[in-house]
Write a protein that binds this ligand. Structure first.
Ligand code: NAD
Ligand code: UD1
Length: 339
């Protein structure tokens, strides 16, 4: 039997991808150290799929633990989500970010090569475009990083490119996600941030559910239609489907490709707040606050390459995104904590 291994499979995007893979008939292994997740997410994935996956608790920096998995199971491909992702924390703890993200990826690739598994889907980010000069952003746009988290993603992209240059029989896709939001429509799995959310959608959801007083909108004087920041929000279920397409692509293709996963449409912070209130019929009190250091005005994808190469495009609407985010939040006000 052949397995797809998901590093970080219990996390926000990993759990939704695990569900999509199980529903499509794949055998799935989740390899996660639960540093930012819990096994409850995987239990719910299994309930929703009506089938089990293999859950392994381990760290991608632990070569012996990884080798044990590859020795026991026949792994055909790896989808590599595991890593740390909080920008502010990365500034305070750069070594942890380079160790988990960069060193962890190098260890993973070393073990994959040892077991002759050479298909890899990597979770990159639109953060590798830095402060893009023009939007929409194509994959060919210049790359730069403004913080250690972004730098770690950029370094990994370079490392994987060098690996393919040296060993052309690898097949690697660098999926550059824009802003993932939403949840499975069951409301059973979703994003469960620790502490005060950094990202917009979980913050809006926590205001709406009464856990936080009001949203601070970071700046209303950007050169955008309403002055607030514009981003390419993409439903996590669409994102998960993109990983299936990437795996299918790697069945017949070698080499390395960077591919944007975004909708191609930008929405402002105020667009998001208004849609959330309208669709869910809830209040989202907000105040205008100073700009957040490091933020950019506008960031959205040119999504054409994903359509041409993978046959994938985002299908969910803004209303789906805010409805599904709210269903998850309102059904699980404390995330997975009490499950
Ligand atoms: P997440 O934190 O929910 O999931 C990451 C998972 O990896 C967690 O379950 C965590 O426990 C696990 N993990 C972390 N370090 C590990 C290690 N050393 N060994 C084993 N497991 C480890 O994050 P997510 O939102 O699902 O993001 C998944 C990937 O996508 C990350 O690489 C992230 O950088 C990238 N990404 C996320 C976003 C986003 O906004 N969510 C945007 C762009 C890129
Ligand atoms: C952030 C990260 C980026 C990461 C991305 C997806 C920073 C500087 N960048 O990007 O590296 O790839 O998340 O995880 O953290 N906003 C508010 N109030 C809030 C929160 C956000 O007004 O409380 C605004 C922001 O100013 C921005 C928009 O909402 O205009 C989206 O913010 P966020 O969800 O944090 O995503 P990004 O800034 O795109």
């Amino acid at each position: 039997m052949q397995y797809v291994m998901l590093t970080g499979g219990a996390g926000y995007i990993g759990s939704h991808t695990a569900l999509a893979l199980l529903r499509a008939g794949y055998q799935v292994i989740s390899f996660d150290n639960y540093s930012n997740s819990s096994t409850a997410a995987l239990q719910r994935v299994e309930q929703l799929a009506g089938t089990d996956l293999i859950r392994i608790s381990g760290d991608i920096r632990d070569e012996a633990a990884l080798s044990a998995v590859f020795r026991q199971y026949q792994v055909s491909a790896v989808v590599h989500f595991a890593g740390l992702k909080a920008v502010g924390e990365s500034v305070a703890m750069p070594l942890s970010y380079y160790d988990n993200n960069v060193a962890g990826t190098v260890t993973l690739c070393r073990v994959m090569r040892e077991f002759n598994v050479k298909k890899l889907v990597f979770s990159s980010s639109a953060t590798v475009y830095g402060d893009a000069k023009t939007v929409p952003i194509a994959e060919t746009a210049p790359r730069s990083a403004t913080n250690p988290y972004g730098q770690s993603k950029l370094m990994i992209e370079h490392i994987l490119q060098d690996l393919v240059n040296a060993e052309p029989d690898w097949g690697i896709t660098l999926l550059r996600y824009f802003n993932p939001v939403g949840a499975d429509s069951s409301g059973q799995i979703g994003e469960d941030p620790n502490g005060i959310p950094n990202n917009l959608m979980p913050f809006i959801s926590q205001v709406a559910v009464g856990k936080r007083d009001k949203l601070s909108i970071f700046g209303n004087d950007y050169p955008t239609p309403d002055g607030t920041g514009v981003r390419d929000y993409i439903h996590v279920v669409d994102l998960a489907a993109g990983h299936l397409k990437a795996l299918q692509y790697l069945e017949t293709n070698q080499g390395i490709e960077a591919i944007n996963l975004g909708t191609g449409t930008g929405y402002s912070v105020l667009d998001m707040v208004k849609a959330f209130s309208r669709v869910n019929n809830v209040e989202v009190p907000y105040q205008i606050a100073p700009r957040r250091p490091g933020d950019i005005a506008s960031c959205y994808a040119m999504p054409d390459k994903a359509r041409k190469l993978l046959g994938w495009q985002a299908e969910k609407t803004l209303d789906d995104m805010v409805r599904d985010s709210w269903r998850w939040q309102s059904q699980n006000p404390d995330g997975y904590t009490n499950s």
